[in-house]
Design a protein around this ligand. Structure first.
Ligand code: APR
Ligand code: PHB
Length: 388
């Protein structure tokens, strides 16, 4: 097989790039290791910045997002028994859309189907080859080894994928920070406790009230890294979650059976550069953030924006400046997302064995935030998404 752009990974990054390029007449093949059901079975993020929403519209995949997604003009930070609002719209003129990554991925798959896009599932043992020359991909389908020749390989295969690992160690620098806790997430078909998100700083640990719609709640609590899903029966989760909410929310909480429950460790990670020869990394394949600032999916989207325009310049105008600048340009924005996610995480979580000095700094950071419109404006402009 032959294509122009070979994409590894059929998550949001790979599908969005494939769809955008297809609309411009550029041929792509997406190789996805798992079944579509598996990819759509994962519950992930839920907050889209406005730039990402615009990219979905450009990809002609935004009809359901615009119909069913909720526009949020602000969110709350609860601390010390009070609830302070971050008025995103007032502070920045912009808003975010609450729309689940699962739904967004479903819309992208449907769009690829409608245009007969090549998305190959169950592609086993995907391997990129000759990345500094004329690249090609191989994969196994049953007993058969198949080969796809392409101009470029795009690694959209997430943190555990093969793309980043195929870059020689000496050519890659990795930056990482691990946090001493995870988030236990619960999805439940109950009316959300608050129409807007509440990030709760609490001495027992952080909690987040999020949602997917006005009938579907998504809640999280900070848990020790050693905890397993099985340690958290529904009753125990609701009890602990409620204790971490501000009083007005706690009194209105509606509980119900969980329909999904999972624990994710918190990690910050960046691989540099995001290019090796004709291989370009995008999304979780190159960088991970803790979920506190809602940046993960949005950072992936900005990579796709840069890469899409760089590939257009290459194919339509014979200009490689965008491709040559891709890594530097993408990383500049990636690192701003890293800084913001790290800062939100440090601000709102309870750290085991935290020094008294660090605790005071955390308290001071919060009181400064809600006494300075400029500090709050900085939070807000990062949350709605810095310009691409
Ligand atoms: N070969 C082919 N496909 C692979 C391989 C491989 N070796 N390894 C992983 N994949 C697939 C995964 O099955 C997955 O469907 O690549 C896809 C990567 O998708 P994501 O992990 O969702 O990464 P990405 O598309 O960059 O999405 C960005 O934003 O909210 C965050 O972390 C969250 O997934 C989210 C991300
Ligand atoms: C979510 O709804 O899953 C969610 C929302 C905001 C975050 C993280 C996760 O910061």
């Amino acid at each position: 097989m032959k294509t122009q752009v070979g994409i590894i990974g059929g998550g949001p990054s790979g599908l969005l790039l494939s769809q955008l390029l297809h609309l411009q007449g550029i041929d792509t093949v997406v190789l996805e290791k798992h079944s579509r059901e598996h990819v759509l079975g994962r519950i992930r993020a839920g907050v889209l910045e406005h730039g990402f929403a615009d990219l979905m519209r450009e990809a002609e995949c935004a009809a359901r997002m615009d119909r069913e997604g909720e526009i949020h003009e602000g969110f709350f930070i609860a601390h010390d028994g009070v609830k302070d609002r971050v008025a995103l719209k007032e502070l920045t003129g912009n808003t975010v859309i609450v729309y689940g990554q699962t739904e967004l991925t479903r819309d992208l798959y449907e769009a690829r189907d409608k245009r007969k896009g090549a998305v190959i599932h169950h592609a086993e043992d995907v391997m990129p080859h000759d990345l500094e020359g004329k690249p090609y991909l191989t994969y196994r389908s049953g007993d058969e080894i198949k080969r796809i020749d392409c101009d470029f390989v795009i690694g959209c295969d997430g943190f555990h994928g093969v793309s980043r690992k195929s870059i020689p160690r000496a050519k890659l620098r990795e930056f990482e920070r691990l946090y001493p806790f995870g988030w236990l997430g619960v999805l439940s078909r109950t009316k959300p406790v608050s129409p807007e998100l509440i990030y709760c700083k609490h001495e027992r640990g952080f909690a987040l009230c999020s949602l997917r719609s006005q009938t579907l709640s998504r809640y999280y609590i900070q848990v020790p890294l050693t905890d397993k899903e099985g340690d958290w029966a529904d009753d125990r989760f609701w009890d602990e979650f409620k204790r971490r909410l501000p009083p007005d929310a706690a009194s209105q909480l509606i509980t119900g059976p969980s329909i999904e429950k999972s624990i994710a460790p918190l990690r910050s990670f960046v691989a540099e550069p995001m290019r090796f020869g004709n291989l370009f990394l995008a999304g979780d394949a190159a960088h991970i953030v803790p979920p506190t600032g809602a940046r993960g999916l949005n950072s992936a989207a900005s990579d796709i924006y840069y890469l899409y325009h760089a590939l257009l310049d290459h194919y339509k105008r014979g200009n490689d400046d965008g491709l040559n600048a891709y890594s530097q340009k993408a990383l500049a924005r990636v690192w701003k997302g890293q800084r913001f996610s790290w800062w939100m995480t440090m601000l709102l979580h309870t750290f085991p064995d935290q020094a008294a000095y660090d605790q005071r700094l955390q308290e001071t950071d919060l009181s400064y935030l809600f006494s300075s419109p400029r500090a709050l404006g900085s939070l807000a402009e990062n949350y709605v998404g810095l310009p691409f």
